[in-house]
Ligand binder design. Sequence first.
Ligand code: AMP
Ligand code: MG
Length: 393
Amino acid sequence: MISVNEARKILSENCTRGKIEAVPLGQSLDSIVAEDINSPIDVPSFNNSAMDGYALKFDVKLQRWKVNTIVQAGDTSAYKIERGEAARIFTGAKIPEGTDTVIPQELIAKNEVSGEIYYQQDKISSGSNVRLKGSQCKRGDLILKRGTVISPGIIGLLASVGLAEVKIYKAPSVAYIITGDELKEPGSPLKSGEIYNSNGPMLEALLKKTGVTEIFPRKASDKKEELQKIIDEALEQQDVLILSGGISVGDYDFVKECLENAGVKELFYKIKQRPGKPMFAGKKEEKWIFALPGNPASVLSCFNQYVKPCLYYFKGRNNVWNADSELILAEVHKKKPGLTFFVKAKTNGAEVEVLGAQQSFNLQAFSTANCLVELEEDKEEVKAGTLVKIYNL
Ligand code: AMP
Ligand code: MG
């Protein structure tokens, strides 16, 4: 049996990146950009007005201006404004040739008879209210670094320079196999002796939250031949295989044997942790296999600690093995030494409180939990005020 840190080390040494592919901007949210991006154009690509108002050539010697031209946003005409003239202009419209300054309309007064405009000149300086060509970026400027997580703002940035696609690390396709003769789907009646399949919907949600879109659910009974067929099929078709249940030492736990038959190379089996001790990880060529113990809290905890970092790395993220934060434990917590504990907990951002109902079958604590707390292997008691590692749920 290996320690939590050994398991992390083995996985991190075996992690590989996904393929790089260009996707439409609209599908890139939360992906990792796989190349440095230089702007193909100047932005703005023309000098334009920052206000609704009047464009004119700044000139303290003049007192009033005639208005013969109107320039709307989107007007691509080439206007030429002569000395003593101004153009009516609106936000985003191109600054016409012969002008360099925009006077906001609130500062303008109009001579009712001649229609000429004038304004209080000490309130404005030359070049005011003009957004200059290339003031966001110049053509060729580095605007986004490889390895950045794509946010809604980044999507806006890339669109603003005219890019319709972005190169990202593709997420893997993932199969998950739910094993167990006792399982019924939520929504159907239960006989005594049966339970609802909570791991299936939970894994589906965990995968989606990790940015996986190609998800292939499968179910297998606790019969060896059937399980073998489904495992072989999944390994042929998907990049990553996750199994729930059947990896412990019971008479009907055939997952490990079937994985061996399928040619999966073991990276490790069993980690000194609670929950989720009998977790298995393996590889078959480039494919990843994670067999998670069936208890729902084990599935969630093992996914959070081992599967998620591997998927994130595949998707191009860095520092995937770090805790999300470190916070102060609110109250003393006793534990069994010799196992790392991952306990359901709730944090307010300042300190963290370990919740009750920590048994691995019991999901109730997830109604309020927002993180897992890691309590170190050798500790028997973690005192209030200790800095502990936090993993967001
Ligand atoms: P196993 O690892 O197959 O021995 O399962 C361990 C425990 O987890 C047993 O009590 C199972 O009934 C339970 N379990 C297994 N799979 C699921 C599932 N999909 N949803 C909820 N509980 C499960
Ligand atoms: Mg089982």
